[in-house]
Structures are given as structure tokens and as C-alpha cells.
Design a protein around this ligand. Sequence first.
Ligand code: SAM
Ligand code: DTB
Ligand code: SF4
Length: 327
Amino acid sequence: MKTAVTHNPDQRNTTVLRFDWEKSDIEALFELPFNDLIYQAQQAHRAYFDPNEVQVSTLLSIKTGGCPEDCGYCPQSVHHQTAVEPESLLEVDAVVEAAKNARQAGASRFCMGAAWRNPRGRNFERVLEMVERVRAEGLETCMTLGMLDARQAASLKEAGLDYYNHNLDTSPEFYGDIITTRTYEERLDTIRHVRDAGINVCCGGIVGMGESRADRVSLMEQLARQQPHPESVPVNMLVRVQGTPLAEVDDIDPFEFVRTIAVARILMPGSHVRLSAGREQMSDEMQALCFLAGANSIFYGEKLLTTPNPEADRDRRLFERLGLRPG
Ligand code: SAM
Ligand code: DTB
Ligand code: SF4
């Protein structure tokens, strides 16, 4: 068995990280009685993290809509007729202003997302300046700009980028039903470039797109066999948007979503598991179950990129009611 001890210094864990997870191990976790699964997830969580601390990131769309990719879930694709109004890349000053507001509201990380297949030319130069200026405000920086080559990843590192988000989205088997303009292998290449440049990797997927449990197992296998594990693992619940091909897909059983969070927590115990898109559609009780299952990061603020996120007040109340602290 290939193992490695975590290097996270403030953790009292004796658990070792595994990178050799097999589909059968992951299936067995999904099949556990719910209470046993949550108990195991809690044990993994508590070995690595303060269970009452939830990391808070703020998200800003720095370039909205008009994306040439055909991701079936996404309101920003030119292939779908949605209500999103395309906007060009924001000015650096506007981004810095938004970052200051985020810091005052208690965010520790500022994530910037662009609806691109990949960044190019002058726009990329501007993005580098954004990283430098936001970092100078004392925030951790994260970007998601589409595919990167090795040189671009190195430039982002040099500018001071802390995290890069690039999701696998789903299993290799189901992927072709959702996206045809970018291959799974291209996604893995970008993740490798980010890793090689020394930037922390934020990589996860979307649940509730009509995939099977076997697909969720397979996505988790892809994530948990990366060595090191992605430092941050966003688990998005599909936000169904009118005009996208997935607008009418059936609801996933909420407990299956919670199970997916718990499995991510057990497979990658030293990583932040982010309860990302979809919180607006969840009850407070459902979110509490997700935290219990090991989610320990959220996006805070009224909007994700183009779709609604819970009001800041609702989140503040939820944290108070659950005794959670922003980390
Ligand atoms: N354009 C870049 C890319 O896709 O590589 C970065 C931005 S893209 C919007 C970031 C991620 O948001 C996607 O990979 C997907 O996982 C997530 N996402 C987009 N639309 C979503 C939706 N309707 N529901 C849930 N997650 C969504
Ligand atoms: C991620 O995994 N989820 C965030 C972030 N990475 C960039 C994006 C969610 C987007 C939801 C749809 C929208 O608001 O447009
Ligand atoms: Fe474009 Fe990203 Fe949306 Fe895909 S997910 S259409 S790449 S913005």
C-alpha cells in the first residue's frame, strides 16, 4: 500500500494518507449504513482538522459568459441560450475593491473565475496583476481560468497565486455526455502543470448531473489517486439553469450527496472539502449534515459566479446556530 504521513503541522492525526484507493474500496464506503459512514467521516475529519472550523472563500466572476466550451451544466457557455449577459474582463482596480470588501466580511481566500477555455495575451497579463494586488491586501488568492500550459502556471506562481481551481467535474466514463470541447486528459494535464508549478490544487466535481453512483465512485477514485491529494476538493451540487441541457435533470437523493461528501472526507482526510455550488437550494439541516459529513469550506456571499448563493446573513446565523467558526 502506498502511504504518506500528512505534513499539516497543526494536526494531531495518526492517520496516514492513502493514494491507492480502488473502486471496490470506494464502493464499499458508499454502501455503508449512513450512520457508520458519517461516523467514519467524523473520525477522519477530527484526525486532521478542528471540526468546528469552516474555511470561508469569496468568489468573484472576473469575466462572465461568452465561453466557447460546451459544458452541459454551465450557464456561461455560448452553446446554451441562458439569461447570462456576457461581460469582458474586469479592470484590476474593481477586482481589488471587491477583494477588500470580501476581507472585511471575513473571507480568508479570494477566488476569481473567468469563463474562458484558456487565458491568453493581454488578458493573462491583467490576471497576473490581479493576483499580485489581491495578495497585497492580505488575502489568499485562487483563480480558475480554464486550461493552463506549464509556462502560464509558472507565471501565476511567480505572481503569488496560492490555489488554482480546475475540476474534473465527473467520471471519465460519464464525461463525454457532459462536455465535448475539452478532454478529460486535457484537464489532467492542466492539473499537472499547476502541481508542477508549486501552486496548491483545488479540484473536484459536480454531483446531480444524472450520473450513476458508479460515476461518483469513479470521480472519487480519480481525485483520491492523485499524489498528493488536491489540497482543496470542491463538491458542487448541480445548479440547474434554464437554457442549459441539464435544466430538467432529476433531483439527486440529498443523502446520496451527503454520502459523496463523507466519502471525499474519508479518502482525502487532509484536504479541505468544499460544499460549493448548490447551497442556496439546500435547507440549513441539509448543510448541517454536509458539515457533519466532513465539509469544511464554503463560498460566502450572495452570488457564486452567475447563480445565487445564500445571503451572508443566513450563513452568519447558520454558523451561530451550529457553533461553527470561520477559519
Ligand atoms: N471556465 C473555467 C473552467 O471551466 O475551466 C473556470 C470557471 S468554471 C465556471 C468552474 C467550475 O464551476 C466548473 O468546472 C464546474 O465544476 C462549476 N460549475 C459551473 N456551472 C455549474 C453549475 N450550474 N452547477 C454546479 N457547478 C457548476
Ligand atoms: C467550483 O468548483 N465551484 C465554483 C468555483 N469552483 C469556481 C463555481 C460554481 C459555479 C456555479 C454556477 C454559476 O454560478 O455560474
Ligand atoms: Fe466555460 Fe468553464 Fe462554463 Fe465550461 S464551465 S462553459 S469552460 S465557463
